[in-house]
Design a binder for this molecule. Structure first.
Ligand SMILES: C[S@@+](CC[C@H](N)C(=O)[O-])C[C@H]1O[C@@H](n2cnc3c(N)ncnc32)[C@H](O)[C@@H]1O
Length: 305
């Protein structure tokens, strides 16, 4: 397996901002092809341990091969990062969260994430899960499909596309990504750089994997596992993810959660994080030239207090 198959996004920025230290314990909550973990271990061979989580057992198998020389330092955990409180039992000195899916998953035709390779619609990160994209497009009511396209894809033609999906499936099952892209192209014409199907496929992937709830749950639990001074480094790839992280950072940095109408604070909320990046970091133009799909990445960094 060629690990250039997935370019690790903003690897140097992640390593630099994790403030790695001797005997430190780290968490890579989105192991993928192991790129960030590989970088961390190479940058500081004297770290004590790194927990590596991924919900995709295929990816984990490949990452284990890549990281076989360092396995004494790594604890591999197959699981959903939203369950972080049950997956690890130690506080850590830093967390890297590189959201979404890897190029390996996107281009693996069996996984059905891409609109480009005409395969069956699946989109599950966790292959033990039941719900697939196929089930959503073939069984969900029009209104439900419409609202998930709106909410998770910010697709302005959400209702028209959902209605076209219903029209098609009343005659024939929607079996492949080609079927779905043909349906979408009846409504959306190509405009600029954005493919007509991009937003619908994003929405389906988020819905299948309940991605936004997982990020929210992970973040809300993160202060329990971060040691004082530990860094939380998060890379997002679209505005829905970034909005959640930004909101969480603001909430964690604030010392009051009372409604604006309250003149005197009574909530007793404490600040748990200091925001390091007032504005998110972006990949360098050199990185974007090498890996154009990194162009939408944003990195936000917080420090536990
Ligand atoms: C962008 S890739 C990470 C790539 C990795 N940093 C690298 O450089 O090789 C994101 C990974 O997170 C995993 N993932 C996404 N959501 C997850 C979740 N809720 N729990 C656990 N893993 C998840 C995906 O399966 C995927 O392998």
């Amino acid at each position: 397996m060629n690990f250039n198959y997935h370019f690790t996004v903003m690897k140097n920025e992640a390593i630099e901002n994790l403030n790695l230290k001797k005997d430190g314990i780290y968490l890579d909550a989105t192991l993928g092809m192991g790129g960030h973990t590989y970088g961390i271990i190479n940058a500081r061979q004297d770290i004590k341990k790194i927990f590596c989580i991924d919900n995709d057992s295929d990816s984990m198998k490949l990452a284990k091969q890549r990281l076989s020389n360092s396995k004494s330092k790594i604890k591999f955990i197959k699981g959903n990062f939203k369950d972080i409180d049950k997956l690890i039992d130690e506080k850590v000195d830093g967390i890297i969260l590189d959201l979404g899916i890897s190029t390996y998953q996107l281009l693996n035709s069996k996984r059905g994430f891409s609109f480009k390779n005409g395969n069956k619609l699946d989109m599950r990160i966790d292959l033990n899960q039941k719900l697939t994209a196929n089930e959503i497009v073939n069984t969900y009511p029009v209104d439900k499909i419409s609202s998930l396209l709106k909410e998770y894809g910010e697709e302005k033609n959400h209702f028209k596309i959902a209605s076209e999906i219903a029209r098609y499936r009343s005659k024939k099952k929607i079996a492949t990504s080609d079927d779905l892209t043909k349906i979408i192209k009846k409504i959306n014409k190509r405009s600029g750089m954005i493919e007509p199907s991009t937003r619908t496929f994003q929405a389906l992937r988020i819905a299948v994997n309940n991605e936004l709830t997982a990020i929210d749950e992970f973040l809300m639990k993160s202060d329990k596992i971060l040691k004082r001074g530990a860094r939380l480094v998060i890379i997002t790839f679209h505005s829905l993810e970034d909005r959640i992280v930004k909101k969480f950072f603001k909430f964690s940095e604030s010392e009051c959660d009372c409604p604006p109408s309250k003149m005197i604070c009574s909530c007793k909320k404490k600040q748990t994080l200091r925001i390091i990046t007032k504005r998110p970091l972006k990949p360098s133009s050199k990185e974007i030239n090498l890996n154009p799909s990194s162009r939408s990445a944003k990195m936000r960094i917080g420090e536990a207090i």
